[in-house]
Write a protein that binds this ligand. Structure first.
Ligand SMILES: [Zn+2]
Length: 166
Protein backbone atom coordinates (compact mmCIF):
# COMPACT_ATOMS: atom_id res chain seq x y z
CA UNK A 1 0.00 0.00 0.00
CA UNK A 2 3.05 2.25 0.42
CA UNK A 3 6.34 2.36 -1.43
CA UNK A 4 9.36 4.58 -1.95
CA UNK A 5 10.23 5.50 -5.55
CA UNK A 6 13.79 6.09 -6.75
CA UNK A 7 12.96 9.81 -6.87
CA UNK A 8 12.51 9.76 -3.09
CA UNK A 9 8.73 10.14 -3.30
CA UNK A 10 6.58 7.91 -1.11
CA UNK A 11 3.47 6.75 -2.94
CA UNK A 12 0.48 5.09 -1.34
CA UNK A 13 -2.78 3.59 -2.51
CA UNK A 14 -5.80 2.57 -0.51
CA UNK A 15 -8.07 1.56 -3.40
CA UNK A 16 -8.89 2.51 -7.01
CA UNK A 17 -10.13 5.95 -6.07
CA UNK A 18 -7.85 6.82 -3.19
CA UNK A 19 -4.11 7.30 -3.55
CA UNK A 20 -1.39 9.87 -3.14
CA UNK A 21 2.25 10.77 -2.68
CA UNK A 22 4.62 12.58 -0.35
CA UNK A 23 7.40 14.64 -1.91
CA UNK A 24 11.04 14.21 -0.78
CA UNK A 25 10.98 17.86 0.33
CA UNK A 26 7.98 17.23 2.57
CA UNK A 27 9.55 14.07 4.05
CA UNK A 28 12.75 16.02 4.78
CA UNK A 29 10.80 18.77 6.47
CA UNK A 30 8.88 16.34 8.70
CA UNK A 31 12.01 14.31 9.55
CA UNK A 32 13.70 17.43 10.89
CA UNK A 33 11.06 17.60 13.65
CA UNK A 34 11.47 14.00 14.83
CA UNK A 35 12.02 13.87 18.60
CA UNK A 36 15.61 12.65 18.54
CA UNK A 37 16.92 14.37 21.69
CA UNK A 38 15.86 13.82 25.28
CA UNK A 39 14.63 17.43 25.40
CA UNK A 40 12.69 17.42 22.08
CA UNK A 41 9.06 18.36 22.40
CA UNK A 42 6.23 17.19 20.16
CA UNK A 43 5.78 19.06 16.88
CA UNK A 44 2.97 19.13 14.38
CA UNK A 45 0.89 21.00 11.84
CA UNK A 46 -1.11 20.65 8.65
CA UNK A 47 -0.13 18.76 5.50
CA UNK A 48 -0.45 20.93 2.40
CA UNK A 49 -0.35 20.04 -1.26
CA UNK A 50 -2.46 19.53 -4.35
CA UNK A 51 -5.12 17.18 -5.63
CA UNK A 52 -4.11 15.53 -8.91
CA UNK A 53 -6.51 16.42 -11.75
CA UNK A 54 -6.54 12.97 -13.33
CA UNK A 55 -6.51 10.60 -10.37
CA UNK A 56 -7.70 12.84 -7.51
CA UNK A 57 -4.58 11.61 -5.71
CA UNK A 58 -3.39 13.64 -2.73
CA UNK A 59 -0.01 15.13 -3.61
CA UNK A 60 1.69 16.12 -0.34
CA UNK A 61 4.22 18.90 -0.94
CA UNK A 62 4.53 21.08 2.14
CA UNK A 63 3.53 21.36 5.80
CA UNK A 64 2.96 23.99 8.45
CA UNK A 65 5.36 23.73 11.39
CA UNK A 66 5.38 24.68 15.10
CA UNK A 67 5.49 28.33 16.09
CA UNK A 68 3.43 31.14 17.52
CA UNK A 69 0.17 30.10 19.18
CA UNK A 70 1.05 26.40 19.58
CA UNK A 71 1.52 24.62 22.90
CA UNK A 72 4.19 21.94 22.97
CA UNK A 73 5.31 19.45 25.58
CA UNK A 74 7.28 16.24 25.57
CA UNK A 75 4.10 14.22 24.98
CA UNK A 76 1.55 16.65 23.57
CA UNK A 77 1.08 19.17 20.81
CA UNK A 78 -1.70 21.73 20.58
CA UNK A 79 -2.13 23.24 17.10
CA UNK A 80 -2.97 26.95 17.22
CA UNK A 81 -5.20 28.81 14.71
CA UNK A 82 -2.13 30.16 12.82
CA UNK A 83 -1.87 26.81 10.94
CA UNK A 84 -5.28 27.36 9.37
CA UNK A 85 -4.26 30.87 8.30
CA UNK A 86 -1.13 29.44 6.70
CA UNK A 87 -3.25 26.91 4.78
CA UNK A 88 -5.31 29.80 3.39
CA UNK A 89 -2.06 31.58 2.46
CA UNK A 90 -0.84 28.37 0.73
CA UNK A 91 -4.03 28.35 -1.33
CA UNK A 92 -3.45 31.99 -2.28
CA UNK A 93 0.21 31.67 -3.31
CA UNK A 94 -0.59 28.59 -5.43
CA UNK A 95 -3.32 30.46 -7.38
CA UNK A 96 -6.09 28.58 -5.62
CA UNK A 97 -4.77 25.12 -6.46
CA UNK A 98 -3.05 24.35 -3.16
CA UNK A 99 -5.13 22.75 -0.47
CA UNK A 100 -4.99 21.20 2.98
CA UNK A 101 -4.53 17.42 2.81
CA UNK A 102 -4.28 16.34 6.42
CA UNK A 103 -2.46 16.49 9.74
CA UNK A 104 0.95 15.53 11.08
CA UNK A 105 2.64 15.46 14.47
CA UNK A 106 5.53 13.71 16.20
CA UNK A 107 5.70 10.96 18.81
CA UNK A 108 8.39 9.64 21.15
CA UNK A 109 7.98 6.18 19.67
CA UNK A 110 10.17 4.31 17.19
CA UNK A 111 7.17 3.30 15.08
CA UNK A 112 4.32 5.54 16.21
CA UNK A 113 0.65 4.73 16.71
CA UNK A 114 -2.23 7.21 17.23
CA UNK A 115 -3.28 7.88 20.83
CA UNK A 116 -6.88 8.28 21.97
CA UNK A 117 -6.36 12.08 21.91
CA UNK A 118 -5.09 11.81 18.33
CA UNK A 119 -8.16 9.87 17.23
CA UNK A 120 -10.43 12.46 18.81
CA UNK A 121 -8.52 15.36 17.21
CA UNK A 122 -8.69 13.64 13.82
CA UNK A 123 -12.41 12.99 14.19
CA UNK A 124 -12.95 16.61 15.16
CA UNK A 125 -10.97 17.97 12.19
CA UNK A 126 -12.91 15.71 9.81
CA UNK A 127 -16.20 16.93 11.23
CA UNK A 128 -15.38 20.64 11.11
CA UNK A 129 -12.82 21.09 8.30
CA UNK A 130 -13.35 21.40 4.57
CA UNK A 131 -11.27 19.11 2.40
CA UNK A 132 -10.85 18.59 -1.31
CA UNK A 133 -11.63 14.87 -1.11
CA UNK A 134 -13.63 12.79 1.33
CA UNK A 135 -10.91 12.05 3.87
CA UNK A 136 -7.53 13.20 5.10
CA UNK A 137 -4.00 11.91 5.39
CA UNK A 138 -2.79 11.45 8.97
CA UNK A 139 0.97 11.20 9.55
CA UNK A 140 2.84 10.55 12.79
CA UNK A 141 6.60 11.08 12.77
CA UNK A 142 8.27 8.62 15.12
CA UNK A 143 11.95 8.45 15.99
CA UNK A 144 12.59 5.64 13.49
CA UNK A 145 9.71 5.68 11.03
CA UNK A 146 6.81 7.78 9.79
CA UNK A 147 3.40 6.14 10.08
CA UNK A 148 0.75 6.99 7.47
CA UNK A 149 -2.99 6.60 7.88
CA UNK A 150 -6.03 7.59 5.85
CA UNK A 151 -8.96 8.96 7.81
CA UNK A 152 -12.53 9.28 6.59
CA UNK A 153 -15.31 10.71 8.68
CA UNK A 154 -17.34 8.00 10.38
CA UNK A 155 -14.73 5.28 9.74
CA UNK A 156 -11.73 4.09 11.75
CA UNK A 157 -8.27 5.18 10.59
CA UNK A 158 -6.75 2.89 7.94
CA UNK A 159 -3.04 2.21 8.19
CA UNK A 160 -1.30 2.79 4.83
CA UNK A 161 2.11 1.78 6.16
CA UNK A 162 5.36 2.88 7.76
CA UNK A 163 8.55 4.06 6.12
CA UNK A 164 11.91 4.79 7.78
CA UNK A 165 13.26 8.34 7.72
CA UNK A 166 16.86 9.45 8.01
ZN1 LIG B 1 -0.15 11.78 19.07
Amino acid sequence: MLQRLSTGHIVWRLDESCSGSLSPKLIDLLSKWAQRSFWSREAGGLLLGFVDNETEGLLGEFATTPGRGDRRSRTSFYRGPRHQQEAIEWNRITDGRGTQLGLWHTHLELDPTPSQTDLEDCCNVLATGKFAVDGILYLIVGTRSIGCWFAKSGSPLVLLGYFPHE
